[in-house]
Design a protein around this ligand. Structure first.
Ligand code: AHR
Length: 652
């Protein structure tokens, strides 16, 4: 809680020195009413928002290393190059006659009069392979020649090799496993003929054999998500749900069923930063990571699924294409069918599709978001049609409505009024703003009405200035600390703020469109940003009930101190959990009346400009210590501190 304008009614002042630290006079008091626990926090309040942006899916969380594996990109050979050793002659053509997969008909034909000719794949900005970590290669193949499969690295070094015999005149699926003999961040895959002849290839795949829980997710990235202990996973994105226009909106049915039959879709983000020299024409969603995999990931992470579906409105910042109201029913049906897909019986309809994909038991699906960042009368007239149909089919599902892309203003207010009227269960709010906004708005929800729809802070991040066009906005500590200050306000108002997720989640360092992001990665490395650690500490120290807490400044020259706090009770461990942000540049001693005895402390602190770049030692990461409190604590400059104190035996 920011210090100014705080009611002093429940203030207890009892400033005692911290054992082992020089006594500094308290500049503020944080009074926590331990005996008066308030609302229960949503047990899954802190979640993550997986958005297919910045190569987050293909080339990111989905562990496939081959780009354009089915030759269905609009530029059919994008990602592929010809391998033509000296004197080797041959042709590479893309065809669609007698295809292996009718829904994805294109394949490649390689013809050569001698061995050595073929094609290679560059991966997603290079294939990251690790010495000793097994890879599994597979392809559909037809033809007379045998195929040599080579993984090549720096200076043309052969990292692994395999051979697959010829298959004759019908398509077969063949596979081989191999293990790289060295680590390489920029490896490439080569497929060459072993002798003269012709082969057709399609649905080519190279995946690590060891993926997160065996479900195809890149292990280090999925582990970074797992370590956040996310309560929910919002997916598959924001604007990709809407599409640039309706033709490339996210259609979930195209993303389930046999993987080779899923049709790729141009990403709405591929030219998002073209004007700044960052153009990613190879950003095509392969849909190999589709809705089944998202639900599976939720299960693997222990997170509640929170799917977002389109409402027949393409991105309102882009084409603004809207389907006619009389054409809305298919979109509503998609929502109803999704309920069947996730939760319906395994022996029929969409539930059967799920079962055939290997999950006969229903998935959890407590939420369904109707639209992403929609606004205007065109959304307001659509929302009730969806909400009514969803409620009639599955009354237990909480329906989430949009408040648009802005954190306030006329459209925002109009949407909130409409969502109240339509009795949305939650309203999704988004705010991307400078760090100062997050500090200034840490009390935003203290003033919100306590009745009506609850709040889903679905996308937020503090945005520092972009240093130059085409350069990412930094993920520095100043931004993360401002988010932490704001999050104390979310937690303090946990009776109405039920869900919250930073955005976006993932960014490929060589293929991003949006910044900042919670986690940066490249083909082999992962960087957990300062904002990541803020999210992680809040999620893993949430507590179960809000405790009334009042933070008050001592009158005097320090009355401008930048302090924010929240308090919760953890009923499982019987601890009081205090979160205090000192966003100021000086240490701040705060009286903590009644807080005496042993405690544990988790802390993040550092220079305002500190970042955790890929491949470098993290400058911002949590430190922990045990201490004994004596009724006050000194919070370092620019710090987030989480104090956990056991309740006394006599306390409730
Ligand atoms: O997270 C980046 C984008 O921000 C999302 O796609 C959209 O919902 C918002 O505008």
């Amino acid at each position: 809680m920011r210090l100014r304008n705080v009611p002093r009614s429940c203030l207890l002042v009892c400033a005692l020195p911290l054992v082992g630290q020089p006594t500094a006079p308290p500049i503020a008091t944080l009074a926590v009413e331990i005996a008066r626990p308030g609302a229960a926090l949503a047990p899954h309040m802190w979640g993550v928002f997986f958005e297919d942006i910045n190569f987050a899916a293909d080339g990111g969380l989905w562990a496939e290393l081959v780009k354009n594996r089915s030759f269905e990109f609009p530029q059919r050979l994008q990602g592929w190059f010809e391998i033509r050793p000296e004197q080797a002659r041959g042709t590479v053509t893309v065809r669609s006659d007698r295809p292996a997969v009718a829904k994805n008909p294109h394949y490649v034909r390689i013809q050569a009069p001698a061995e050595g000719f073929g094609i290679g794949n560059e991966g997603f900005r290079g294939m990251g392979v690790t010495q000793g970590v097994g890879l599994s290669f597979s392809t559909r193949i037809r033809g007379t020649a045998a195929l040599r499969v080579t993984l090549r690295g720096d200076q043309n070094r052969v990292l692994a090799e395999g051979r697959l015999g010829s298959s004759g005149s019908t398509w077969r699926t063949v596979a081989c496993a191999f293990t790289p003999n060295a680590t390489d961040a920029q490896a490439r895959l080569e497929l060459t003929l072993e002798g003269p002849g012709q082969i057709d290839l399609d649905a080519i795949s190279l995946m690590p054999t060891d993926t997160f829980k065996g479900h195809g997710f890149r292990k280090d990235l999925a582990q970074a998500l797992a370590d956040l202990k996310p309560g929910f996973l919002r997916f598959p994105g924001g604007c990709v749900v809407e599409g640039y226009d309706l033709s490339n909106r996210y259609a979930w049915k195209e993303t389930v069923g046999p993987r080779d039959e899923r049709r790729p879709n141009p990403s709405r983000w591929l030219d998002a930063l073209a004007s700044e020299g960052r153009f990613t024409p190879d950003y095509q969603q392969s849909n190999q990571l589709g809705f089944f995999e998202f639900f599976q990931l939720c299960e693997d992470l222990g997170a509640d699924p929170l799917p977002v579906l389109g409402v027949g409105l393409a991105c309102q910042f882009q084409s603004n294409e809207a389907c006619a109201m009389e054409d809305l029913q298919p979109y509503i049906q998609e929502a109803l069918d999704l309920i069947d897909f996730a939760t319906g019986p395994a022996d029929r309809g969409w539930g059967k599709v799920r079962a055939e994909m290997g999950h006969p038991a229903p998935f959890r699906m407590p939420y369904l978001a109707v639209g992403n960042e929609q606004w205007g009368p065109e959304y307001i007239e659509r929302f009730p049609r969806f909400a009514t149909a969803i409620r009639a089919k599955a009354p237990g599902i909480q329906v989430i409505g949009s408040s648009g892309p802005w954190s306030g203003g006329k459209d925002f207010d109009t949407l909130w009024t409409a969502m109240r009227q339509e009795k949305a269960d939650l309203v999704d709010e988004h705010y991307y703003a400078p760090p100062s906004w997050f500090l200034a708005n840490a009390q935003r929800y203290d003033r919100y009405p306590r009745t009506g729809p609850q709040v889903f802070a679905g996308e937020y991040a503090a945005h520092p200035e972009r240093p130059a066009p085409g350069q990412p906005r930094p993920n520095h500590w100043e931004a993360a600390l401002a988010e932490a200050a704001f999050m104390t306000g979310l937690e303090r108002n946990g009776d109405i703020v039920r869900l919250a997720s930073y955005a976006p989640l993932l960014g490929h360092a060589d293929a991003w469109q949006w910044s900042p992001n919670l986690i940066w990665f490249d083909s082999l490395r992962v960087a957990r940003t300062p904002s990541y650690w803020v999210q992680q500490l809040f999620a893993t120290n949430a507590g179960t009930r809000v405790l009334p807490a009042t933070l008050s400044l001592q009158p005097g020259p320090n009355a401008t101190a930048s302090l924010y706090a929240s308090a919760t009770l953890d009923e499982a461990t019987r601890e009081v959990v205090l979160k205090v942000v000192n966003a100021g540049v000086r240490p701040a001693t705060v009286a903590l009346p009644g807080m005496t005895g042993p405690a544990s402390l988790l802390r993040l602190s550092g220079e305002a400009a500190a970042t955790n770049p890929l491949g470098e030692a993290a400058k911002i990461s949590p430190v922990s210590e045990s201490l004994t409190l004596s009724g006050s604590h000194t919070f370092p400059a620019r710090s987030l501190s989480i104090l956990r104190m056991p309740l006394g035996r006599s306390q409730p």
